[in-house]
Each structure stands twice: as C-alpha cells, then as structure tokens.
Design a protein around this ligand. Structure first.
Ligand SMILES: [Zn+2]
Length: 314
C-alpha cells in the first residue's frame, strides 16, 4: 500500500516536472525581462526587416512576402491567414500595393490593430501616374520611408509601451544609417545627365528617380497586372537610341523576358545596350544577406545603377 502511494506521488512529481519544463518562460520569450514579444506581421520585408532591427527582442516580426514575390499580384495563403490570425499587430504598405490583401486587412481590422504605413505620408508628397493612380513604391524615397517607418515604430510603442524608450533609441540609430545611405546615393549625380535614365521592367522607381534626379522608364505601369505590348518595347528602344542609354535593368520580382526583348531589339538595330544587372524593386533579397535588408537593398541598387550608367564617364 505504502509503495503504491509512493508510486503515485512519484508520478505526480514527474508530471509536475514535465509541466514546469513545458511552461519554461525562457522557451516562450526571447527577451530577458520575460515579457512576451509583440507578434507583428508585415506584408513586404521593406517594412518587416527594419522593424525587426528597431524592435529587437521585444517584437517578433514575420514578413509574408519573401524574396522575388510580387506584392501587386500576391494573394494570402492558408498559412498567411493563420499568421494574420495570431498577430498582435499587422502592418502593410497600402496605397493599393497589396491589391489582393486589402479585403482581408479591412475585415481583420475590426478585431485587431492594422496599420497601412502609406497612410502616414502627406498626400502632396505622393506621385501619381497619368490616370491618377497613386504610386505605392514609397520605400524608394528615403525620406518618405523614414516617415512610414516612424509611424510603424509609434505603433510598436503603443502596443509595447514599456519599451518605448528602447524602440526610440534604436530608431534614431537606424535613421542615422539611413542618412548615410542617402549620402552614398549622391554619387548618382555624377552620371552624365543625358545618361541618367533608368529603364526597368515596371514603374517601381518613380520615387527613386524623383529623389536622385533620374528619368525613369518602366515597361509596365505602376502595377504588374498589365500586358507588355510590342509598341511598349519599340518605344523604349527608341528612347534608348535617342539618349544613348548604355544599360537597362531587370528586377528580382519580375520576369526578365520583356527587358531581354528590349536588349535583343536594340541589338537588331545595331544599338549597343547592356543588361546593367538586377535591381531589387518590390521584393528584397534573401533574409540574412546584405540585399535582404532594406538599407542593403537600397545600397545594392545605387551601386548597380551607378556602375552600369556611368560607363564611359570621363
Ligand atoms: Zn511594383
């Protein structure tokens, strides 16, 4: 009888020990204070990656759109829906970039905080196309993106107020590095004016062109949901010929066919036109690489454009 009781006690103790292991707070929290990190879900990594730097251990960020994903055409998967369901805070670009996700975000905003960073930008600073559609690629204006990230950090402070000072300090540090990138971009002004023309697959670089005084030509419009016609290709070749543009660029999230067609067409007309390299437009590089960070991707684009277009410079 005594042995049986001992056995039961032993089993209970073991069970208690297991329960303790299962509830080990160090397993559930990444930070030292034992607070659960704020669970943040973003669409594009241009939002998520800087926030993971600024939020440190006090937030957990997941970006739904990985490398080479086209946000214009992206629809949420089943696993995205469960991540959105588990999130404490959802942050997206807005301005109709994530066209197929707006409905989901509108619905979920009834039950949890959802922020579109594009809404933080003053309307007068936004670019529009001939039809009046707003250009959503605001991360290519370093000043506007700083404002956008600032609004996202304010949201972190609201939902994780005990670390507001920590977020603010990290943000200031991050913005200092952003200012360095802005300075590095000044070299683009050394490209001869006539060659300062950026030809890419779609109109993602409008803000980049405005900021760095470059003319921008995209084979497709602001979104990628339209067809590219032969006339678009021929028109582009004519501009390249007129301005003696030395190189054009593919984008990591866009099929390179159209850009390759322009190069082949130019060759047929005896124009020497090079592929200047791959730019990161709507998607960043692999996480953990230089191009997998917002500032790294921006630096990559500056260097790639500078090298390809400054060719033949005195
Ligand atoms: Zn785009």
């Amino acid at each position: 009888m005594k042995d049986a009781i001992k056995k039961i006690q032993m089993i209970m103790l073991l069970g208690f020990a297991f329960a303790l292991v299962a509830c080990d707070p160090s397993e559930e929290t990444a930070n030292e204070t034992g607070t659960d990190p704020l669970n943040v879900v973003t669409t594009i990594a241009q939002i998520g990656e800087p926030l993971s730097v600024i939020g440190g251990d006090y937030i957990h960020v997941e970006s739904l759109m990985g490398p080479s994903v086209d946000p214009h055409l992206y629809s949420p998967t089943q696993s995205d829906m469960s991540k959105i369901g588990d999130a404490d805070l959802i942050i997206y670009n807005g301005l109709n970039l994530e066209a197929n996700m707006v409905e989901v975000f509108d619905a979920i905003s009834e039950t949890k905080p959802v922020l579109a960073v594009g809404d933080a930008i003053n309307e007068k600073d936004l670019l529009t196309d001939e039809e009046g559609s707003i250009d959503p690629h605001i991360w290519f204006d370093l000043d506007l993106w700083q404002e956008a990230l600032d609004s996202a950090v304010e949201a972190l402070k609201i939902y994780q107020p005990e670390y507001a000072d920590y977020f603010e300090a990290n943000k200031q540090e991050y913005f200092a590095e952003l200012a360095e990138v802005k300075q590095e971009a000044e070299k683009l002004a050394d490209i001869p004016t006539s060659q300062r023309i950026l030809v890419t697959a779609h109109d993602a670089f409008g803000y980049f062109g405005r900021m760095h005084d470059m003319e921008v030509i995209g084979l497709q419009g602001l979104s990628t949901n339209s067809e590219i016609g032969i006339s678009d290709i021929n028109q582009t070749i004519a501009i390249i010929k007129e301005h003696q543009v030395p190189a054009i660029f593919v984008e990591s999230s866009i099929n390179p066919n159209a850009i390759e067609a322009v190069i082949a067409g130019a060759e047929n007309e005896g124009i020497s036109l090079k592929l200047g390299g791959q730019l990161y437009s709507d998607a960043m590089g692999e996480a953990g690489t230089e191009e997998g960070s917002y500032l790294g991707m921006y630096r990559h684009n500056i260097e790639t454009i500078y090298h390809a277009l400054s060719e033949g410079m005195e």
